[in-house]
Design a binder for this molecule. Structure first.
Ligand SMILES: [Mg+2]
Length: 347
């Protein structure tokens, strides 16, 4: 089965967040084969990413065999290594790799989780995210919630954040799992000051308190706090995650499969986590692209992050049911792209 064409676009989505059209813009990658099977994947990087695929990667793929899928990532990664090891181009490669994995599954007539060794659980509990009212999320059936916390640099801001987390714990009771996300907006001092009180409140992890490149800060935090530090949604490739693991900067790795290099790299990241005794909890885990891996791979600790319903042009995405989600069993990732999007965006 040979690759006949590779196309990428940034489909319109009415509910897309403001960053949808720019830096975080999710792109659709479509790969057609000589057997008339079409694979779909999602990557990041918006219009610039679409350009890179059309201008650089497309001609490196057309005419080649689909298998082995993993070698394409290696080849394209090496071809762009001199100018990009992280960021936008890896986001583009993620979409290509996921489309190739979709082809692999469709050609074999098997869902991706089966290719990854088989789902240990098909139905998995999700955690609520993105600023949702925690009590409301619990009322909807969620047994785990994550609070998105504002920037903290002053004593007054620390007090305010602590009050927010105390209130959340009070609202959801002692048994619902509670996590926190600082989205790279704190400093070491604030993270250290809040880590102890958070641990007493049973906070399960503190996510991305510092900028991703602040390795010295993360090393200090990991050394001096008992609360697990989570991160990695802004890290790229297995090589990047190996460094996080070897330096023991995070207890929980959170790769985003549509940004970090696709399924090929996510499989390696799970292996790195196993070797280093770390957990993996992929960013946006309830979206279809990571869900198969969460269902199947070791270390197995399924807790997909409830998705923003921002990709409206896919058909067959599993819908949340009272805080739970079920991985589909159709071949490939189990989703197709709606006809209107194919016609208008891919031309
Ligand atoms: Mg986050």
């Amino acid at each position: 089965m040979k690759i006949r064409d590779v196309r990428a676009c940034q489909p319109h989505s009415a509910d897309a967040p403001p960053d949808w059209r720019s830096s975080l813009g999710q792109i659709l990658v479509s790969i057609e084969t000589s057997d008339a099977i079409v694979g779909f994947g999602v990557g990041g990087g918006g219009a610039a990413s679409v350009h890179v695929i059309g201008a650089v990667f497309r001609e490196m793929l057309v005419g080649r065999e689909v298998e082995p899928v993993e070698l394409h990532f290696e080849r394209l990664y090496r071809a762009s290594l001199a100018y990009v090891r992280k960021g936008l181009v890896i986001m583009a490669l993620s979409g290509i790799d996921l489309a190739l994995w979709d082809l692999r599954g469709k050609a074999a007539g098997k869902p991706i989780h089966e290719l990854l060794g088989g789902a240990k659980h098909h139905r998995m509990p999700m955690y609520a995210s993105l600023g949702q009212d925690p009590a409301q999320a619990v009322a909807q059936g969620y047994q785990a919630v994550k609070l998105h916390l504002p920037p903290v640099h002053t004593e007054a801001e620390r007090k305010l954040v602590l009050t927010t987390v105390q209130q959340a714990r009070q609202d959801i009771g002692p048994h619902v799992r509670l996590m926190t996300d600082a989205f790279m907006n704190w400093d070491v001092l604030s993270a250290l000051a809040l880590a102890g009180p958070f641990a007493e409140l049973g906070v399960e992890w503190l996510e991305e308190p510092l900028a991703p490149d602040d390795f010295i800060g993360y090393a200090e935090l990991s050394r001096r706090t008992s609360i697990p530090i989570a991160g990695g949604e802004h890290e790229y490739t297995a090589a990047g995650f190996r460094e996080l693991a070897e330096r023991r900067l995070h207890a929980i790795l959170q790769p985003d499969v549509t940004w970090c290099g696709g399924m090929t790299e996510l499989v390696k990241i799970y292996k790195i986590a196993t070797e280093h005794g770390l957990k993996v909890c992929p960013h946006r885990g309830a979206e279809i692209w990571a869900l198969h891996a969460i269902a199947a791979l070791e270390p197995h600790d399924p807790l997909p992050e409830a998705s923003r319903q921002w990709i409206t042009w896919l058909i067959g995405q599993p819908q949340p049911e009272h805080g739970w989600i079920t991985v589909p069993s159709q071949p490939g990732f189990g989703v197709e792209v709606e006809e209107a999007t194919l016609m208008s965006s891919l031309g």
